[in-house]
Design a protein around this ligand. Structure first.
Ligand code: FNR
Length: 372
């Protein structure tokens, strides 16, 4: 169907499933074990309800914001997802170009199919990019990569901490990752050891350091001035450790349900993180000094509005953009961003919030989410 008939982000998934190769569909759509967590990531948003305000002159509404100090036209960023060329020959470039046109921030994955420099070179003047880091057991490789990224103007370093070993994604494991097609393999020379027998995910991930520890954090801070954020925090205790370690923030995420099965959704974790950091460190959110992000299962502007009301600075969106470019290339990603813009305009009016800062905790009822 033509892009004009795509009305929401779910539509992209249904179409992508029909047009993608079996291998790409398996890698993008798969999640851990019985795929309970991936389902809950989305379902958790259905347990939070709005308490809208009325009569507020919502003629003009503005949903632009700042993420780690960088301007963004949406309170959304394109999160890191590996192996873009499995879905489309231009791979992650589809995301970079669409992000540049729409004024949003892309997080470049360590395991991009395009080279890191290609993705930075494709950015337009003023376009901000973040980097997702998988830490190599050879720290010299990681140090070089991080310092190169900083030199190239990357504005935030997101260290993935929920994947010391890749989760068991059985759909993907049933596909032998042979990589006869070099386009599918990452060009970033960080993945040195490759085991091709068990699906794309495991084939590309064997370099990741299982020994990563809180004691490594000062080293990361010593090699870069970029703000450092931990991606994959799943309880308030670790968010508190990240804050005390002097980091710039955390992404409350279970990696799109691809890692530990039965880890809770980011939106549920957000509730306990906000409550406990307030109680134990006196913090209020959103907070410029320590920013909270959420990802997993976000498919509508209403999902994003709930996360912001509960204290998130912004949310990450993954699979919908993958499905969008797999089916329609860059145009698909642009359409997805346009859909978010349209949904924001309408839903901010209906919620009675004219700016992001007017989206407050009182606007949601999250009482069904259990606090720890
Ligand atoms: C991911 N994700 C991910 N995260 C990361 O830190 N490094 C990576 O290389 C990848 N790769 C990756 C590939 C694919 C195909 C998917 C679907 C996801 C996780 C990603 O950043 C994010 O946490 C989730 O995708 C968010 O959930 P949704 O939006 O996909 O539901």
């Amino acid at each position: 169907p033509p892009l004009s008939e795509i009305l929401n982000l779910h539509d992209f998934e249904a179409i992508a499933r029909q047009v993608m190769t079996e291998k790409a569909w398996a890698y993008y759509s798969s999640a851990a074990d019985d795929e309970i967590t991936i389902r809950e990531n989305h379902a958790a948003y259905h347990r939070i309800w709005f308490r809208p305000r009325i009569l507020r002159n919502v003629t003009n509404v503005d949903w632009s914001t700042r993420i780690l100090g960088q301007p963004s036209k949406l309170p959304i960023y394109i999160t890191a997802t590996a192996l873009g060329k499995l879905g489309h020959p231009d791979g992650e470039l589809n995301l970079t170009r669409a992000a540049g046109k729409h004024g949003v921030i892309q997080m470049i994955p360590t395991l991009a199919s395009c080279s890191f420099d290609e993705l930075v070179d494709a950015a337009v003047p003023g376009q901000s990019q973040f980097l997702q880091l998988y830490v190599n057991s050879d720290r010299a490789i990681t140090q070089k990569f991080v310092q190169h990224a900083e030199k190239r103007g990357i504005k935030g370093l997101f260290i993935t901490v929920d994947a010391p070993q890749l989760g068991r994604r059985e759909k993907d494991m049933r596909m032998k990752f042979e990589a006869e097609d070099p386009a599918e393999v990452t060009d970033n020379k960080v993945a040195d050891r490759v085991d091709r027998s068990q699906g794309a995910a495991r084939a590309i991930s064997s370099f990741i350091d299982t020994g990563l520890d809180w004691e490594d954090i000062p080293w990361f801070k010593s090699i870069t001035k970029m703000p450092i954020i931990l991606k994959g925090v799943q309880c308030w205790e670790d968010a508190l450790l990240a804050y005390d370690a002097g980091l710039a923030g955390v992404v409350l995420s279970n990696h799109g349900g691809r890692q530990l099965e039965f880890s809770r959704s980011g939106i549920e974790t957000l509730v306990e993180v906000v409550a406990n950091l307030k109680e134990k460190r006196g913090l209020t959110f959103p907070n410029e000094k320590f920013q909270l992000f959420v990802d997993g299962g976000v498919r509508r502007a209403t999902d994003v509005l709930k996360a912001i009301a509960l204290g998130a600075t912004a949310v990450g969106v993954g699979r919908p953009f993958l499905y969008a470019f797999s089916a329609y290339g860059q145009d698909g990603v642009e359409r997805a961003l346009q859909i978010f813009n349209d949904e924001f305009e309408m839903n901010m009016r209906l919620l009675g919030a004219r700016t992001i800062s007017e989206i407050v905790p009182e606007m949601v009822d999250a009482s069904s989410i259990h606090q720890h």
